[in-house]
Design a protein around this ligand. Structure first.
Ligand code: CTP
Length: 240
């Protein structure tokens, strides 16, 4: 008799459990004082599309969500909110050990105020204000360094078209990620993406397509890569 309980959803390759995705999306806000911050214009749309596609594929999705311009939040995933890079770092340290794949689609600040003021800064007529900024920790690099052999880390890179591959490869090795998804900065506000997948073996352009279609393609690609990684002996050459 046919088994009517099975589905065609991709399962965790070894344990037959759903793949556990930890996904960081949206932008950060770095406090200047209790009422002001440094932020960025990340819409969170790429991350939301990946969350939806992974959920639809039967994965267990945890979404770490920063500032965004989403009209609606993805419905399937467990959502945890963050504002600053420090809060995201805490969430990642806490959640990453239990994931199979970490995708860093968040626009993490590169710099933050070195000493946020504890009280609201006052304007003083005629006196300029200088903010000292300090580099943020590289969260993807930190998580890649902590990742076990059975885990994968994935980053995004938004680069000028002319520098896409060189800069993408540089990020792959600097952050020790399994995969970097490089996008031309020229497509920033466009509906579609024109991504190139970069790993230790080379790069593969995936063509121009809507974000939702790209997210589906990425989810299928990640399932395959996770299986390959897990069935490759640890002493064989790895992706980094
Ligand atoms: N990223 C991160 N922590 C940071 C900065 C970036 O984890 N402090 C992650 C992003 O989420 C993304 C990838 O690293 O997945 C690339 O981000 P990007 O801002 O392009 O890289 P940077 O390290 O900031 O390099 P650059 O300033 O040279 O572009």
């Amino acid at each position: 008799m046919p088994d009517t309980t099975t589905t065609d959803r991709p399962l965790h390759p070894l344990a037959q459990d759903p793949i556990r995705l930890l996904l960081a999306a949206g932008g950060t806000r770095e406090p200047i004082d209790p009422v002001r911050y440094l932020g960025n214009r990340s819409s969170g749309r790429m991350g939301a599309a990946i969350a939806d596609a992974a959920h639809a594929a039967g994965w267990r999705v945890s979404l770490l969500l920063g500032t965004n311009e989403l009209d609606r939040l993805p419905e399937g995933p467990r959502i945890m909110r963050f504002e600053s890079t420090a809060q995201l770092q805490e969430l990642l340290r806490d959640q990453a050990p239990a994931c199979d794949i970490l995708v860093m689609a968040a626009a993490v600040a590169d710099y933050r105020p070195a000493q946020p003021a504890s009280e609201k800064l006052r304007r003083v007529e005629g006196r300029p204000l200088t903010l000292e900024l300090t580099p943020t920790p590289d969260l993807l690099a930190e998580q890649s360094a902590r990742a076990r052999h059975d885990q994968m880390t994935v980053g995004f890179a938004l680069e000028p078209e002319a520098d896409l591959l060189r800069s993408g490869r540089d990020k792959l090795s600097r952050k020790r990620a399994d995969l970097i998804i490089a996008n031309p900065i020229e497509t920033l506000d466009a509906d579609g993406v024109r991504a190139v997948l970069i790993d230790a073996t080379g790069e593969r352009p995936v063509g121009t397509m809507p974000k939702a279609r790209f997210a589906e393609l990425l989810v299928a690609e990640l399932a395959e890569r996770l299986e390959t990684k897990r069935t490759t002996p640890t002493d064989a050459p790895q992706n980094h």
